[in-house]
Write a protein that binds this ligand. Structure first.
Ligand code: FE2
Length: 291
């Protein structure tokens, strides 16, 4: 027996939020939604053509216990971290950073003509990986395969598999799929998913109607969380539909969350805060080398 198509269980319009040193963004989901999106913790979408909305950036701050995934659609974000990485993430680039036991980094959007936009997704780490050695993956746009379909879609595969094409981000504990899908007007798309995984979409542009749900299209800026089932199927509106489609294996573990640090217990959060105060938060470090 094949699993039925997944239908939308919840829709999230996103909430205007001021984050970092004063960046205006839209928060799709966060700690109020735990554990609905398990293993995903947070999705922020930043996007503005007014530099005052983003130039303050995200100066030096810690992370522990999670992976942060930055996907830049337009513009440039300069970054540096205590692992010794530094550089600029440009349009179409992805930074998939495993904070593990702890990193301190900064993420600073650069002044851009036109729009500066993108996403940050937080992916939880299993308890046994939370204090692992941090790891950094930087992928340029050209390293991310784009797969055309017979029905006119174009699918960028960051992680997971679409058809026979596997994305460059591999070996992530929750076995994620991360796709950026563009459908032409009226175009159709279907993705088989692992029945046990959590699956959500976020519409970037245009809108689309997902099979198995009411006929109300999911519009730009909306996040849709799907219920249990098998494939996700969608038809684009006459304006076309560009969306992220993300899935991952839920962890079913307790979540203790304090700002940029997400652990399993309050005691672990207290340890992290004490270590930040005492200057021994970072367990693995390389000197920061300016490029
Ligand atoms: Fe960060």
């Amino acid at each position: 027996m094949t699993d039925p198509v997944r239908s939308i269980e919840h829709r999230f319009p996103g909430v205007p939020t001021l984050e970092g040193a004063g960046v205006r963004l839209r928060r799709s989901f966060s700690n109020n939604e735990v554990p609905l999106f398990d293993p995903f913790l947070l999705l922020d979408r930043f996007g503005s053509s007014n530099p005052a909305d983003y130039l303050a950036g995200f100066p030096w701050h810690p992370h522990r216990g999670i992976e942060t995934v930055t996907y830049v659609l337009d513009g440039r974000v300069a970054h540096g971290d205590t692992l010794g990485n530094s550089g600029v993430i440009g349009a179409g680039d992805v930074q998939w950073m495993n904070s593990g036991s702890g990193i301190i980094h900064q993420e600073m959007p650069q002044r851009t003509e036109g729009s500066m936009s993108g996403f940050q997704l937080w992916v939880n780490l299993p308890a046994k990986e939370k204090m692992s050695v941090p790891a950094y993956r930087g992928l340029s746009a050209g390293e991310i395969p784009e797969v055309p379909t017979e029905l006119g879609a174009r699918v960028k595969v960051v992680a997971g598999t679409f058809g026979t094409v596997e994305g460059p981000v591999r070996g992530i504990p929750v076995d994620p799929t991360y796709l950026d899908v563009r459908l032409p007007p009226g175009g159709e798309f279907e993705l088989p998913t692992h029945p046990g995984h959590t699956v959500f979409s976020h519409t970037i542009e245009g809108s689309g109607v997902f099979a198995g749900s009411d006929e109300r299209p999911v519009a730009a800026g909306e996040t849709a969380l799907f219920g249990a089932g098998g494939p996700v199927r969608v038809r684009a509106s006459p304006a076309g539909h560009r969306f992220l489609l993300v899935s991952g294996r839920p962890l079913h573990e307790p979540v203790a969350w304090y700002g940029p640090i997400v652990m399993n217990t309050q005691a672990e959060l207290r340890d992290a805060v004490r270590e930040l105060d005492h200057g021994d938060f970072i367990k693995h470090r390389r000197p920061i080398v300016e490029e």
